[in-house]
Ligand binder design. Structure first.
Ligand SMILES: Cc1cc2nc3c(=O)[nH]c(=O)nc-3n(C[C@H](O)[C@H](O)[C@H](O)COP(=O)(O)O)c2cc1C
Length: 190
């Protein structure tokens, strides 16, 4: 593979939200190809502290309803309108949701294990981009609470959010979220 191809995928990767997903749901085979790439992320002492759980089927309805009711409780109608409330109820209808768990090893500082899971998520995200599949990492409180209530969190595990994925609608325009220049982020210590 050429560096140009890899750079292109890295720079093309964007966050695409569930409202950007088409009605064509991801197949099990596609999900497995993507998550398999996650497993090849680096881990200190090869701990591989991640576990992923796929939420689809009834969860596509229930996640949106849960989010809508959660936001209705914490926000006023001015902040979260009735229209948004109704829209949010069906927000996840086209999403395949991957709950992300980390079971940190006692042999390592926890941050290293969270960093390793983050590497896995980047592999997953880039794989989505290469397959023209949209996705984003959701760490919102409502989403996390939904996982705690509906997916089995095993002993010693922490939920690190949910990766939402779906085939993109055709009419989407490219999202441009600019980055600060290299000169501001890279220095040479000589
Ligand atoms: C650890 C992590 C958590 C994130 N959580 C959320 C989230 O809860 N909600 C959200 O809309 N985006 C979330 N994002 C996506 C970022 O907002 C997004 O990556 C950033 O705006 C840059 O845009 P890009 O991904 O399109 O380049 C998260 C990203 C990371 C790395």
């Amino acid at each position: 593979m050429e560096i140009e191809s890899l750079s292109e995928i890295i720079k093309k990767r964007r966050s695409y939200y569930a409202s950007d997903f088409s009605e064509r749901h991801l197949s099990k085979e596609t999900v497995e190809i993507i998550i398999e790439n996650g497993l090849w992320a680096p881990t200190h002492k090869l701990t591989q502290p991640w576990r992923f759980s796929v939420l689809e089927g009834i969860h596509r309805q229930e996640m949106g309803v849960f989010m809508a009711n959660y936001y209705r409780e914490i926000f006023s109608v001015e902040e979260f309108s009735n229209e948004r409330f109704e829209e949010t109820k069906s927000y996840a209808k086209n999403a395949t949701m991957i709950a992300i768990f980390c079971k940190p090893s006692s042999r390592l500082p926890e941050w290293e294990e969270v960093a390793a899971v983050s590497c896995a998520i980047q592999n997953i995200w880039l794989s989505c981009t290469a397959m023209n599949i949209g996705g984003y990492w959701d760490t919102g409180t409502a989403t996390m609470k939904y996982v705690e209530n509906h997916a089995e969190v095993k002993e010693g595990e922490k939920c690190l959010g949910v990766f939402f994925m779906g085939h993109l609608k055709e009419e989407l325009t490219e999202v441009n979220r600019k980055r600060k220049p290299l000169s501001k982020k890279l220095s040479w210590v000589e």
